[in-house]
Ligand binder design. Structure first.
Ligand code: FAD
Length: 404
């Protein structure tokens, strides 16, 4: 296998337990911190330990993003789309993007490339082990693992929820859950230039539901059935809906395609605030650090922004102080929409319909990226039914007027 070349540390070898930096969890957040450390002449020679229960890259997540800043990650892009389509309330809207590309990266490719680069440096050690807990002791973050105890003045962890997690306020607790099939068809049915961002024109049985289609060639695509609700389904329920969609939208029967790969996910959609620090010297990063945007599930670009801030602080010998992933204004918008998604599915669909019918897609992506000005936001809101938002403000007033 291609990843067997990784020179993994063997737990029985003697390992000095003290490091300059420990990265606990080598998913998107851990890998991205390593990526920026590798680019930093000041940090790349530090003694670094990377811990994860599995350091064997596999492609089981497709991370999509659109970017307005040059993040220097184009080498990882697996496919890009210049056109997006959205369907809602029986209508379909398509638009060619002018400010962005919609890009996807496969997590296994990303991990393999970064781990291979890191392995060129003997000061970076990878250890495959289960992490039990974190604590702080004498100015060090301490990681308790099944292979021993390791410590460093700074630990970045993307593995365990912070101790305060269960006590934080939550009014809406939904999940964005999905199963995707990467398929190859026996004839050309897809347009590899155009991604189906959200197609809500599907039966709305279990919550607000849409299909997401990422074609990479005329006959290959990732086709994902996604629901916003508080309960997961059985795998065969998601898969039956994918089969139905392929039949109705593309006239494909089961004999017309092979399923090459599957991916699944359950991403929290909550109005929760997250702690930046697990304890002194142990910082929460990635999803457990609250970087997932609750109304969309998008996290990848926020992880890049956070990792850049972390590496810049380390270079200046400062304690990283990562600000809230969203400002108050955007937390309030997310709370209002979460509340609507939770309580009124029909209105939710009308909101998506009006949003994509009456606004340019680039503007919507900029809004979802939280890069719009308040005037641009008011202009977007003026295109949406306002009563549900007022009702939502009323229902969430105890949060909105106390700092969200
Ligand atoms: C299928 C899927 C698709 C997604 N698509 C997108 C997308 O298109 N765009 C986007 O922006 N976001 C997307 N997301 C959301 C988000 O970007 C990902 O979940 C991302 O992987 C989060 O990064 P992370 O580092 O916080 O967590 P993870 O990538 O999950 O990394 C956590 C790491 O911790 C390790 N670990 C966990 N527990 C232990 C333990 N006890 N001991 C040792 N190791 C442990 C795991 O093995 C894992 O490697 C997607 C999520 C999923 C699940």
């Amino acid at each position: 296998m291609w990843w067997s070349f990784f020179n993994l540390y063997h737990p029985k070898m003697e390992l000095n337990s003290r490091f300059d930096i420990i990265i606990a969890g080598s998913g998107a957040a851990g890998l991205t911190i390593i990526w920026y450390i590798l680019k930093s002449p000041k940090l790349r020679n530090k003694k670094i330990l990377v811990l994860d229960k599995s350091i064997s890259p596999i492609n089981d997540k497709t991370w999509c993003y659109w970017e307005s800043e040059n993040l220097e990650i184009s080498e990882f892009i697996h496919h890009s789309w210049s056109e997006l389509e959205v369907g809602a309330n029986g209508k379909t809207f398509s638009e060619t993007l002018t400010e962005y590309n919609y890009n996807c990266i496969r997590n296994g490719d990303y991990a393999a490339a970064i781990i291979n680069k890191a392995k060129e440096l003997s000061n970076i050690t990878f250890l495959e082990t289960f992490i039990n807990s974190f604590k702080s002791k004498d100015q060090f973050g301490v990681v308790d693992t099944e292979s021993g105890i390791f410590e460093a003045p700074i630990v970045f962890q993307s593995v365990l929820p912070s101790p305060g997690f269960d006590k934080s306020k939550v009014d809406v607790s939904l999940i964005q859950h999905f199963i995707g099939w990467e398929i190859e068809t026996n004839r050309d049915v897809f347009n590899p230039e155009k991604a189906i961002f959200m197609d809500f024109n599907v039966p709305q049985k279990n919550g607000v539901t849409f299909m997401y289609v990422l074609p990479t060639q005329n006959n290959t695509a990732l086709v994902e059935y996604t629901i916003f609700s508080d309960k997961l389904l059985n795998e065969n329920e998601y898969e039956a809906e994918i089969e139905d969609y392929l039949e109705h939208r593309y006239q494909l029967t089961q004999d017309d395609y092979n399923v090459l790969r599957k991916e699944k996910g359950a991403i929290p959609m909550e109005d929760r605030q997250f702690d930046t620090w697990y304890c002194d010297n142990v910082m929460n990063v990635g999803t457990v650090g609250g970087l997932t945007k609750p109304t969309t599930g998008y996290t990848f670009i926020r992880i890049h922004n956070q990792s850049k801030e972390i590496v810049s602080a380390l270079e200046q010998n400062r304690k990283p102080s990562v600000s809230q992933s969203s400002t108050y204004r955007f937390r309030v918008y997310d709370m209002m929409l979460l509340n609507i998604l939770n309580t009124d599915h029909e209105i939710s669909l009308t909101i998506f319909h009006d949003l994509f019918k009456k606004n340019r897609f680039d503007r919507i992506l900029r809004f979802l990226e939280e890069k719009t000005s308040i005037f641009q936001e008011l202009s977007i809101f003026s295109t949406l039914p306002y009563i549900p938002f007022f009702k939502s403000i009323y229902k969430m007033k105890h949060r909105i007027f106390t700092g969200a």
